[in-house]
Each structure stands twice: as C-alpha cells, then as structure tokens.
Write a protein that binds this ligand. Structure first.
Ligand code: MLT
Ligand code: MN
Length: 310
C-alpha cells in the first residue's frame, strides 16, 4: 500500500490567505526551514492504479496537479481518473469542499458517516457530483467496509470509528451547551487496510482526546497519522490570531500532560506522523525547539508529497 500526503496543513493551509501571523509571514517570505503546505488530505492505493482520497480539501485541484498518480491515464479514454473513492472523516470545510472539484461527470464513490453524509445531503451544491454517477455510501461504525469505485473493488478496506471531537464549526448549535450538539459520527478515525497484504494504518486527522478506547485501538499499530493541529492549546490566542483554544475547536494539542505526544508515549506505535497541522504550530519550522521535541518523542511532521509504503 502506498500512502501519499496531499496536504499536511489544517484548515486555512500554510500560509493562510489572510494571515500575517509570525508563522504564515515567515513561510511567505521563504525563510529556510519553513515549507508551505496545502490543506488536509491523503491519498492511498493498494495496486498503484486505483486511488482513494482520504478527505477532499479545498486545495484538491492543486494537489491532483502536483500528484501524477492522480492524473488521468494518458492512454485511457478522453475522460478518466484513477480516483475511485473519497472517504470523509468529518464535515469540516477543509475536508469536504474538495468534492466540488470532482464534478464533471466522473463516476466515483463518496464514503462518510451518517452524520457527515447528512450534511452533504442537506447541501444541494454537492449535487454538482451527478447523483447518477457518484455514489454516496454511508459508513457504518466499527465495521470493515471494502471500498468500491464504479468498476468494483479497489483493494482497500476501511473501518470507521468514532473519536472524541466536535461537530463542524458551521454546524455548531450554541443552545446545546459545551458539546455544541456534537453527536457520534461527527468525527471519525479510519483504520485503512490493504486487502491484498493485510497491512494497515490509522488516519485520525481530527481528535479532541486520546481516550482509553482509542489508545487500546491503536496500540502496537504500524503507523498512525494523527491530528497535529496545535503544539500548545492556547497558541492561537497567544499569537493574537483568534480567541479560541485547541480544546474549544475539538483538537488535542501535541505538547503537555494532556497532549498527544504524552498520550502515545507508551502505545508502541511503530511510526507516528502528524497531519492536519495548523499554520500557528511552531513545529512546522524545521529548526524550532518544538520540532526538535516532536522528533525526539518519535514523531514525524507530515509534509505535502510525503510518501509512506506499508
Ligand atoms: C478544524 O479542524 O477545527 C476546522 O477545520 C476549522 C475550520 O473549519 O476552519
Ligand atoms: Mn480541519
């Protein structure tokens, strides 16, 4: 199985279009050690021919253009694409808007939890994906689903599971108190398995907490690609970017006693890669003390174009 990171940044990307904060400003200036990153998405293939998108970011058009594996086969029909399916892990703008780029009548399948599928179904703009050609398939939780494109099986199985998180920002219901109306299925993780080899990895780009169930699930895994939104919970507040903490946005931070680095310390995961990294996160700087701490703890910081073969 080949995994490619299409975009390693969180919502807004790195740099973010309207952000003059210190990290975005530095990457825009081209400072050494800082690499631009597009918004959150991976692609994965078992056979090298059929590809699955894990989330569909607003930068998908650019990501496809930057990734030859996702181009139409040059010797294929006038219209063709190796993208056979897209699996969504929540309803956030950075994870669903790329679907709009996949209009033009190409058949493929969209997989999402019942909650996220409800959001797509409630927004008629997604009907630009011709419902006669683009199948919407609701993913059950805690059960393995073999992904299929219009031409059948593509050799990848996913198991979706609920993780601690928050309903998408634009769906928050303030009348529901601190949960904002979050329900099961609003944020899922995926166990992605190559049907041919049985190798698997976990993709969890949004997560508010590594609770006991999640820790048990990922213990001993070959690879986890995990929510790396913030380094410290209040970094956006401290940098003057906005008044929200990571916890308020439904994201665990990397550092601290309650952070992901501490939570994974004893889980014996063989390879740990942060994805969905916010433009405020100092670990984006190759030369920062925060990057050093992340790497010393056995984590890698994902980047666009990163390839992992399992
Ligand atoms: C998030 O990951 O919290 C969201 O993508 C934030 C947003 O919608 O901008
Ligand atoms: Mn996001």
């Amino acid at each position: 199985m080949l995994i490619k990171v299409l975009g390693a940044a969180a919502g807004g990307g790195f740099p973010q279009w309207n952000c003059n904060g210190r990290m975005s400003a530095r990457v825009r200036r081209g400072e050494a050690g800082l690499k631009a990153r597009t918004q959150s998405s991976l692609t994965v293939s078992s056979n090298g021919r059929d590809w699955v998108l894990l989330n569909a970011s607003p930068d998908l058009r650019q990501q496809i253009n930057d990734t030859p594996e996702l181009w139409p086969a040059a010797d294929g029909p006038l219209r063709n694409s190796p993208i056979k399916a897209a699996v969504l892990t929540n309803g956030d703008v950075d994870h669903i808007i790329g679907l709009i780029n996949l209009r033009e009548g190409q058949p493929f399948s969209v997989y999402a939890s019942e909650r996220v599928m409800g959001t797509l179904n409630a927004n008629s703009v997604f009907n630009v994906l011709n419902p006669d050609k683009v199948q919407r398939i609701t993913l059950g939780l805690n059960t393995a689903t073999a992904l299929a494109g219009a031409d059948g099986d593509i050799g990848i199985t996913v198991e979706a599971f609920d993780v601690p998180g928050k309903v998408a920002l634009y769906l928050e219901d303030a009348s529901k108190g601190g949960s904002f109306g979050t329900q099961v299925g609003d944020t899922i993780g995926l166990k992605v398995t190559d049907s041919a080899t049985g190798k698997s990895f976990y993709y969890i780009p949004g997560c508010a907490d590594v609770d006991e169930a999640l820790a048990k699930r990922v213990r001993g895994a070959d690879l986890v690609m995990f929510d790396g939104t913030l380094y410290t919970d209040d970094e956006m507040v401290v940098q003057g970017l906005m008044p929200k903490t990571g916890a308020r946005m439904g994201h665990i931070s990397m550092s601290g006693a309650d952070g992901s680095i501490a939570a994974f310390a004893d889980l014996e995961v063989k390879r740990k890669v942060f994805v969905h990294i916010n433009n405020s996160n100092p670990a984006l700087d190759d030369n920062s003390p925060e990057r050093k701490a992340v790497e010393e703890a056995g984590w890698e910081v994902g980047f666009d174009g990163m390839e992992i073969r399992l």
